[in-house]
Write a protein that binds this ligand. Structure first.
Ligand code: BG6
Length: 791
């Protein structure tokens, strides 16, 4: 049946469309597409339309397809719902009505619903695909799974697909994932590690639908096409400010269970706006289709971002939000949510090209208009005495207008005071007839305007790129983790911040106007709409740290931010005392995301810290190159070391890479580190060891399965972690328990379960690595935030 349908279409269709671009997609034969969450909102609104468009474009080149809508429900219930959605797809403009009817009919015939719940369901699907291929005597070109389902189900589904649905015989295999990809650096790492055990990185396509928006996809090509004009001005000497703004008018009703956990920074700023910012500031690749180069250049931007302190963001929440949460999530009236629905963040890049240029990222719900744009505003050195309407007095700017707003269509706008951009892309055209529209207060006639000839939905665009195997339009795992490592510390520091309440829509007036002052951002108006003590409910009461005992050991507890302040203050006190006593302070720092907020606090508030006399050691390291974002040293360097005046020779990274290989026993890296400690640290006794505590109770890289007895008197050892990257180098308990002072940092709700377990431990003290921390004659102190302590 497939073959006949295909022949019919080949003769019927003579459509325009995107040609396949890369090798994989060109493999002849059949493609199976499986959409999980097939009857969900996203699939109904965008995905099926995107797949139909792909179908229309590809069948004429000899490709055949099957589409499977998958879901939890049984086929008798879900099939009619799926077909209702499939019937709504529409043809591209150039297809005649008659042809369109045939194409739609064919599309429906090659589509079906499958219940995909158990492993057997997936095995049946795989069998069905094999049988279809055999029956129609076609080879297989590829299989595509689109996971339009909640992220917590990803790992399980990936596992099932991996175990039952991989194609054989060289066909390609791709799995598409939708955000959210985690909630913080730690959760993103966990998700990446779980997915990584079923799928290869090159098989995963993590979607950020903003990268499919035509104007956003145009940013890099535009920069490259206009290199000649941009090279002299795309730098700190000429750029006044960069803005990436997404204003929305809707609220978040109907999505509260997701949104209240995430908020605007995680929902759109960590991903969409950050991606756009990177496209504007990254070094353009020498070849756009070299996805490795694109990833590396983006990573460079992320690693050059200066850490975000609390003063670099302001947050707001629309007035109705809390009552909407109460209603939708069945909460009591005194439950006040602190989730921000508006945020403006000021970024700065530590990079010779953009040093000192403010980069503003801003987004919010319930604002006065729906509009999205990225604007590069240039300095204007003209002084216009009388007629500031003359051309040379007008602002100089380049605007990538995503759509909506006053202009209503996507466009790239270049001030006529700058240059006339070239137009080399046949899919774009110049707009010369200007309506009365104004953009940022200037008439459209002040700009050269380019727009796509045909507007395409972001999802349709991305679906055809997945099909073509164009990985550079998707989020790589390195990028994802690097982005979370930028945003997680800010999110932690805002965790107990009270958002400014705004009424919504036009009534916001200037309440959300922001002012950029040096490195800080502030709301312009000082109006205090609501005070913490008026909020009631959630986190009221006590900003003081409390002191107590936990598992017979001293404990300090407070809200995260105050806890970090206290720990930083204690650290400085210990450093000063050590320097006074012996002229040097030996500090061993752990990796992971728990200490990031502390690093920022130290870097940006403790200017008198005796860094000059401090030696920084590492508690543990992952066996990866120090330039990779997974490396503990990479984080330590980016978030702390590069911002403080510490002599290079006082920094001691763990030698995990020797002889151009990683953590090989014979290379003796652990012994080298041990010798260095013995030589430099008096009695091998660090003054201060900072340990993050994992949710499974591990500290340093000493896990439940680690045979710590074997370490004996060793100070440093190679160990194995249950999560990726598996190989580690770590201080041993011998080294840790020699220290004068050990801080055990426990942060976040997800640690509460562990804390409960620890508090119940009686005789089974060896159950969790953390309980082996017992410095003698030194002492250890728990630093535990209220979330971890009280859940
Ligand atoms: C989504 C967010 O990723 O992007 C939504 O979850 C947001 O909250 C949407 O509204 C914005 O996308 P667009 O394409 O409408 O600008």
């Amino acid at each position: 049946m497939l073959v006949t349908a295909l022949l019919l279409l080949v003769t019927l269709c003579a459509l325009g469309g995107h040609a396949e671009k890369t090798g994989d997609a060109e493999r002849p034969g059949h493609v199976s597409v499986v959409v999980l969450g097939a009857t969900g909102d996203l699939a109904k609104k965008y995905l099926w339309q995107g797949f139909f468009q792909l179908y229309v474009e590809q069948v004429r080149s000899g490709r055949s397809f099957s589409f499977y809508g998958g879901g939890q429900r049984t086929a008798d219930v879900a099939t009619p719902i799926l077909f209702e959605a499939l019937k709504t797809v529409s043809c591209p403009k150039e297809v005649s009505q008659e042809r369109c009817a045939v194409l739609k009919d064919q599309f429906l015939r090659v589509s079906q619903y499958r219940q995909l719940k158990t492993l057997e369901n997936y095995q049946d699907l795989a069998q069905h695909i094999e049988q279809t291929l055999k029956k129609d005597n076609v080879t297989e070109a590829g299989r595509l799974f689109y996971l339009s389902v909640p992220a917590f189900t990803y790992a399980d589904i990936a596992d099932k697909i991996n175990n039952s649905c991989r194609p054989s015989g060289g066909a390609w295999f791709r799995v598409v994932l939708e955000k959210p990809f985690g909630h913080s650096l730690l959760s993103a790492e966990e998700l990446a590690s779980r997915l990584g055990s079923s799928l290869k990185e090159e098989e995963m396509y993590r979607i950020d639908h903003y990268l499919g928006k035509q104007v956003i996809a145009k940013i890099l090509p535009f920069r490259m096409e206009n290199k000649e004009f941009l090279d002299p001005i795309w730098n700190k000497h000429h750029i006044e400010r960069v803005e990436v703004v997404v204003k929305e008018t809707l609220d978040v009703k109907g999505r509260m269970s997701f949104y209240d956990e995430y908020g605007v920074i995680r929902d759109v700023i960590q991903n969409h706006l950050t991606e756009v910012m990177m496209l504007l500031t990254m070094r353009p690749p020498s070849n756009m289709s070299n996805s490795e180069e694109v990833v590396q250049n983006k990573l460079q931007v992320l690693s050059s971002l200066l850490p975000l302190g609390r003063n670099q963001a302001v947050i707001g929440q629309y007035q109705e939000y809390s009552s909407q949460v109460q209603l939708e999530l069945n909460k009591t009236k005194d439950r006040r949510s602190l989730t921000p629905t508006f945020a403006a963040v000021l970024l700065r890049l530590d990079d010779a090209q953009y040093e000192g240029v403010p980069v503003l990222l801003l987004s919010g719900k319930m604002l006065d208009e729906r509009v999205g744009y990225a604007r590069v505003l240039f300095k204007n050195d003209m002084f216009c005495l009388q007629n500031d309407n003359s051309v040379h007095c007008k602002p100089k700017q380049i605007v990538f207008y995503f759509g909506h707003g006053s202009l209503q269509y996507p466009a790239v706008l270049v001030s006529k005071t700058l240059f006339k951009p070239v137009l080399v892309d046949g899919e774009w055209k110049e707009v010369t007839e200007h309506s009365n529209v104004k953009v940022f207060g200037s008439p459209l006639s002040d700009f050269y305007v380019q727009t796509p000839k045909e507007q395409r939905e972001a999802y349709s665009e991305l679906i055809s790129r997945i099909y073509a195997g164009e990985k550079n339009s998707f989020i790589s795992v390195e990028n994802l983790l690097a982005s979370w490592s930028v945003w997680t510390p800010l999110l932690s520091s805002l965790y107990t911040e009270f958002p400014r309440i705004y009424p919504g829509g036009e009534d916001n007036v200037d309440l959300l106007d922001v002012q950029l002052k040096g490195n800080d951002i502030k709301f312009k108006s000082e109006v205090v709409i609501i005070r913490p003590d008026q909020m009631g409910g959630t986190s009221g009461g006590g900003y003081q740290a409390i002191h107590g005992k936990f598992c017979d050991t001293d404990m300090v507890s407070a809200w995260t931010e105050q806890l970090v302040e206290k720990l930083a203050a204690d650290l400085q006190e210990a450093a000063e005392a050590a320097v006074l006593e012996s002229g040097v302070f030996h500090l061993a720092l752990s990796g992971g995301s728990s200490p990031l907020a502390l690093f920022h606090r130290l870097a940006f508030h403790h200017f008198s810290f005796p860094w000059r006399y401090t030696h920084v050691w590492m508690v543990d390291e992952r066996c990866v190159s120090p330039t990779q974002v997974e490396s503990n040293f990479y984080l330590l360097h980016n978030h702390l070391l590069q911002h403080v005046k510490i002599p290079y020779f006082n920094i001691h990274p763990m030698p995990v890479e020797l002889n151009r290989r990683l953590c090989v026993e014979e290379d003796g890296g652990a012994q080298m580190y041990q010798e260095l400690i013995t030589q430099l640290v008096n009695g091998s006794s660090f003054h201060f060891v900072l340990l993050g505590v994992g949710y499974d109770g591990h500290v340093a890289s000493l896990f439940r399965g680690t045979e710590v007895e074997k370490h004996g008197e060793q100070l440093v050892a190679l160990t194995e972690s249950p999560t990726k990257p598996h190989q580690r180098m770590s201080l041993t308990f011998t080294a840790i328990n020699h220290a004068r002072r050990v801080a055990l940092l426990v942060i976040g709700k997800q640690k509460h379960e562990l804390v409960t377990q620890l508090s119940r431990l009686k005789n089974d003290k060896d159950r969790y690595p953390v309980t082996r921390v017992s410095p003698s004659p030194g002492k250890s102190v728990w630093y535990m935030d209220y979330d971890a302590l009280l859940g």
